[in-house]
Write a protein that binds this ligand. Sequence first.
Ligand SMILES: Nc1ncnc2c1ncn2[C@@H]1O[C@H](COP(=O)(O)O)[C@@H](O)[C@H]1OP(=O)(O)O
Ligand SMILES: [Mg+2]
Ligand SMILES: [Mg+2]
Ligand SMILES: [Mg+2]
Length: 308
Amino acid sequence: MMAQSPPLVLKLLASSIRAATRAGKIIRDVMSRGDLGIIEKGKNDLQTEADRSAQKCIIVSLSQQYPNLTIIGEEGTSNSEVPSDWVVTDCDQGVLAMQCPEEYVNVGLKDITVWVDPLDGTSEYAQGLLDHVTVLVGVAVKGKAVGGVIHQPYYNWLTEADKLGRTIWGLSGLGVGGFTPRSPPEGQLIIATTRSHSSPLVQEALDALKPDTVLRVGGAGHKVLLVLEGKAHAYVFASKGCKKWDTCAPEAVLAASGGKLTDIHGNLYTYEETVAYPNNRGVLATAAGIDHSSIVNKIPQKIRDALV
Ligand SMILES: Nc1ncnc2c1ncn2[C@@H]1O[C@H](COP(=O)(O)O)[C@@H](O)[C@H]1OP(=O)(O)O
Ligand SMILES: [Mg+2]
Ligand SMILES: [Mg+2]
Ligand SMILES: [Mg+2]
């Protein structure tokens, strides 16, 4: 009997794990060399050589394996040559060997849009808050965020440098791999929010939720990691500013763990190729077991009306 090739969604996730991990090494190498090559794309919006190089690594690596795949990356498109050791065309064998959830077995290339944030937390990267940095690859099927990779290249950098970096993935219907999610402590409310893109509206939403603790940290990927790790109950960002590549992978990984990422109204974003990039309705993510809608309901209508 001929061996069946693995379903596309599973294989793409397995390839994305390898590509994101390679991109993380590029991000560390740029920092080690010390010349970040910073460009200001807009107000409070930087791009470094690490963002550019990591994106090339991921896009070239996935495009070689999946010609005609729709890939949308934060740093735009460029056809420039990349060093051959940036091109990774192998797969994570552990994920490849898993049983693909039935509903994704027959998904074809045309149903998929991949959203790439090659370096999430650029502002923190430039300031040396290196554990806030993640590499995000999200796999959307017919507009729904179903698969995701969150690679954290500097995980453990201050504590166990010999175990540097981690890669966490999730697939709807299959679960989360790379670590074991934990529940946040009961009887309190810990909220993670922005440290570099705050505003009066962001603060008003936090005040309304009366949290015991607010963690002001960088990156959408990093904040969702805090929620997955049980270090925060929720990630609340009552502002525009995040884009589809910031939330696609985190949404998929969080959902695979039983949590939820939506706009501030509690509605899911969609991730089809034609969708507008900005997440103008804010971000609200909650851990598994947290009542997402009760948090939505505590956000004053005035704030919700401002985010449409
Ligand atoms: N006003 C903004 N302009 C550009 N990017 C933003 C803005 N607000 C948020 N982001 C993106 O969303 C991520 C999460 O936001 P925050 O860290 O403020 O909570 C940021 O790291 C940044 O992604 P990136 O670093 O990939 O450009
Ligand atoms: Mg950016
Ligand atoms: Mg980002
Ligand atoms: Mg980015």
